[in-house]
Design a binder for this molecule. Structure first.
Ligand SMILES: Nc1ncnc2c1ncn2[C@@H]1O[C@H](COP(=O)(O)OP(=O)(O)OP(=O)(O)O)[C@@H](O)[C@H]1O
Length: 315
């Protein structure tokens, strides 16, 4: 990657304090308090409609909070006077003038933000659009528009970067590229906040997670801690004497479910305890393993109660 490590790039802390936005009777963001730190990629996760975009817009001063505050480096975005040179953002990749070329779009953005023109070709190169820089944006694929939006965010070489659903429309090569880009930006000491409604997209990219459900903070912790807390490991145990085993496990305080293939799925007891209980009763086991929930399962467990519409639910 051909990036300057310039700009005295000391990343900046984003602080959200009791941040709240109401639209009529809808509370889009509800008393959100959290800190997003430099030098790491923070995944901003939540189901559709959980308030991610509204939060990003409040950080950028595009939406006025009903209550609370969103600051970068201790000040509101609009008090920084450095615009795109302070915080770069991809909000909606499709939201550009289709009649312009990629280069003229970025040149106009550079001019209105006091950014040197040389940055335009630099970022076009960085996002892989140099060869199509002269083409009209109207003919761009969704993936190319996303890349252009990312170029716009990088244009001011800012210490703070916000990306709203940046992976939408990117092909697998694009997804791989964008992950490396985010990690590289964080390694340079920048603050990188990336929203997504899919945990799988964040699992290999983010160091930290901020998880929202119906506008409320559900979790703010490292990916590793999140993976460990989502649900307790399940002990999977199999025996020809399943009914007697299930009874022993239940009376010892375990919760026992029966899998489609007849194995027992036990929570609330360690694998050692399950083994002891079987031995005490001389029950022979044909399988004894533990299953740790995937990040995706942990995310689903945490957010299921806060999705706006569940499949199959009457609307
Ligand atoms: N301008 C608006 N007027 C009224 N309601 C709004 C407005 N913007 C957002 N909302 C509502 O606020 C809630 C949060 O929306 P928001 O777009 O911030 O969520 P999100 O997590 O970004 O969702 P998605 O992943 O679908 O983009 C939703 O219920 C949405 O309908």
């Amino acid at each position: 990657m051909n990036r300057r490590t310039s700009c005295g790039t000391v990343g900046r802390v984003i602080e959200l304090r009791e941040l709240t936005k109401r639209y009529g009777r809808t509370t889009a963001v509800d008393s959100l308090t959290c800190t997003v730190r430099p030098g790491q990629v923070t995944g901003f996760l939540g189901p559709n409609g959980s308030g991610k975009s509204t939060t990003l817009r409040m950080i950028l001063g595009l939406v006025e909070p009903t209550r609370g505050s969103a600051t970068v480096d201790g000040r509101r975005f609009r008090d920084h006077h450095r615009g795109l040179r302070h915080v770069g953002a991809l909000l909606d990749g499709g939201d550009v003038h289709g009649g312009r070329s990629a280069r003229s779009h970025l040149a106009a953005l550079a001019a209105s933000n006091g950014i040197p023109r040389a940055r335009v070709d630099h970022v076009l190169d960085e996002v892989g659009l140099a060869a199509v820089a002269h083409r009209r944006i109207g003919g761009f694929s969704l993936g190319m528009r996303q890349r252009l939006g990312i170029a716009g965010a990088l244009l001011g070489d800012p210490p703070v970067l916000l990306f709203d659903e940046p992976i939408n429309g990117l092909d697998p090569e694009g997804v791989h590229w964008v992950r490396g880009l985010f990690r590289g930006l964080a390694a340079q000491g920048r603050t990188v906040l990336v929203s997504s409604h899919l945990m799988t997209e964040m699992a290999n990219t983010a160091d930290q997670l901020v998880v929202l459900g119906k506008g409320r903070l559900l979790a703010a912790e490292s990916v590793t801690d999140f993976a460990g807390r989502g649900a307790r490991p399940t002990v999977v145990v199999r025996s020809a004497d399943g009914a007697r085993l299930a009874e022993a496990l239940t009376s010892a305080g375990g919760s026992v479910g029966i899998e489609a293939d007849g194995a027992l799925a036990v929570t609330g007891l360690t694998v050692t305890r399950v083994s002891e209980l079987a031995m005490d009763r001389r029950i022979t086991l044909s399988e004894l393993t533990t299953r740790t929930p995937s990040l995706e399962e942990a995310f689903m467990n945490l957010t299921t109660d806060s999705v706006e519409f569940l499949a199959g639910e009457p609307q």
